[in-house]
Design a protein around this ligand. Structure first.
Ligand code: GDP
Length: 463
């Protein structure tokens, strides 16, 4: 499957820049560059940089730096040349055209990384992490992608898979001696291995829900009656006027999502229409959506005016009960807004009591004057349990891996059941093979052209 073609693509973003990097990989990368470059390259050592001119016949196209890597000691494992030229789209185009005439072809999306995978420089999950690193836009998503690229959990899976493979071979060997009733595979050790694999898979599967939200942003719903200051709070957090703030109750009818990075983690704030009994049709749709958003959120901010603690305590309790019924799984944070408008601090005592009686965390703040926002951010980080991130634990973010992990777990559990039932070796062997297959899909030990095509088609050209 390894291609003989030598490929070229720009590795830098399109448009004008100070410098652009053109990347060439393949058997002929060095010899082709040598034909158009003013310096001698065939004898040049690997990992060296050369200043010279790229010439199309007598015409000098640009003065460039050529970085040279001899396979297998390169990103792709093949000969690689990287030309750093001036970042004019015209120059890039001219140099690329020159190489195409000399016999290169344009690289497909992700083809450099595909070649790195095919040449054993990266396993599949590491190759996928390359795309995640390029796409990472927060400290947390960057950290997870880096961890995965350094080997992440695929090396762990690979080891377990090798152990399982050994057992599979022993059990299959038993089948050849079926008449003699021998057992080569130590059943107790096998059960122990199955338990270990099950535990590892479960841990990785559990990490996906956190991993996924970190990659896509952790959804937070801000709910509360109209006019309590939801948009103002959102704006304060975003520090820009994006949601509509208005004096008329019920204006934030549509849900607005905005993203903000706090403590290196991306949050998606969902500002919602208020909760209140209303005959207005449009608003009722908004309220229905509010409840849907509560279900989708990982944390719920319940916002009310601090003065309500004194003026409408029963109504406040009733609404909080409603929210609790919708937010059964997620933590709800009680936020007493407009604290600045309170003359005395008596409400604090009542807020305390409200927190105690509902068992919810609480905080007084002023969205308008930006007080209490730091405490709010601290509480938020605490609530989403970012401890897992700090501890450097493995987190699965890729839905393909998640899928393969679920399938592998199901197969492993099937094997465990079969063992308990004392099922015959030939049937056991089939289940083990299935589990091996799904584990291999994660690391890329088992691949199909479709799978590779799907993964690498999502890369940018030049990577
Ligand atoms: P929403 O309907 O819940 O989104 O409420 P808005 O954010 O539109 O705010 C309604 C009104 O309350 C606006 O006039 C805001 O300026 C005001 N407001 C919001 N937060 C505070 C606050 O902390 N203190 C005071 N005094 N007024 C606030």
């Amino acid at each position: 499957m390894i291609s003989e073609d030598t490929i070229i693509a720009s590795a830098t973003a399109p448009g004008i820049g100070a410098i652009a990097v053109l990347r060439i990989s393949g058997v002929k990368a060095i010899s082709l560059t040598d034909q158009v470059f003013s310096k001698d390259l065939p004898t040049a050592k690997t990992h060296t940089i050369h200043l010279g001119e790229i010439k199309d016949g007598d015409r000098i196209l640009d003065q460039v730096l050529v970085s040279l890597f001899r396979g297998p000691h390169s990103y792709t494992g093949e000969n690689v040349v990287e030309i750093s030229c001036h970042g004019s789209p015209y120059i890039q185009e001219q140099v690329i055209q020159l190489f195409l005439r000399k016999g290169c072809r344009m690289a497909n999306p992700g083809e450099f990384t595909l070649r790195a995978f095919l040449n054993g420089k990266l396993d599949l999950s590491q190759a996928e992490a390359v795309a995640d690193i390029i796409a990472s836009d927060s400290e947390a998503s960057h950290k997870i992608a880096m961890q995965q690229m350094r080997g992440g959990f695929s090396s762990e899976i690979q080891l377990l898979r090798t152990e399982l493979l050994n057992f599979a071979s022993l059990i299959e060997l038993e089948l050849d001696f079926s008449e003699e009733d021998v057992e080569f595979a130590d059943r107790e050790a096998f059960l122990e291995l199955l338990n270990r694999i099950e535990k590892t898979l479960k841990k990785l599967i559990d990490s996906f829900s956190l991993g996924n939200v970190i990659k896509n942003g952790i959804p937070i719903a801000i709910v509360g009656k109209p006019n309590v200051g939801k948009s103002t709070l959102l704006n304060a957090l975003l520090n820009e006027e994006r949601a509509i703030v208005s004096e008329i109750a019920g204006t934030t009818r549509d849900t607005i999502e905005d993203e903000i990075t706090i403590g290196g983690i991306r949050f998606r704030f969902i500002d919602t229409a208020g909760i209140r009994d209303t005959g207005d049709q449009i608003e009722q749709i908004g309220i229905k959506r509010t409840f849907e958003n509560i279900e989708k959120a990982r944390v719920v901010f319940f916002l009310f005016e601090a003065k309500e603690l004194q003026t409408h305590p029963e109504e406040l309790h009733a609404t909080i009960d409603k929210v609790r019924q919708k937010a059964r799984e997620q933590p709800v944070l009680l936020l007493a807004n407009k604290a600045d408008a309170m003359e005395t601090e008596v409400y604090k005592e009542q807020l305390h009591q409200l927190g105690n009686s509902t068992g919810m965390d609480f905080l007084a703040l002023s969205a308008l004057e930006h007080t209490g926002l730091d405490q709010l951010k601290d509480k938020l980080l605490h609530l989403v349990n970012t401890g897992t991130l700090q501890k450097n634990e493995t987190i699965v973010t890729n839905s393909r891996h998640y899928d393969a992990l679920l399938k592998a777990l199901a197969e492993i559990q099937k094997v465990q059941e079969s063992m308990e039932e004392g099922i015959s070796g030939d049937l056991l062997a089939i289940d083990i093979r299935q589990a091996l297959y799904h584990l291999g899909e994660i690391t890329g030990e088992i691949t199909t052209d479709d799978l590779l095509g799907n993964i690498f088609a999502n890369f940018c050209i030049g990577k």
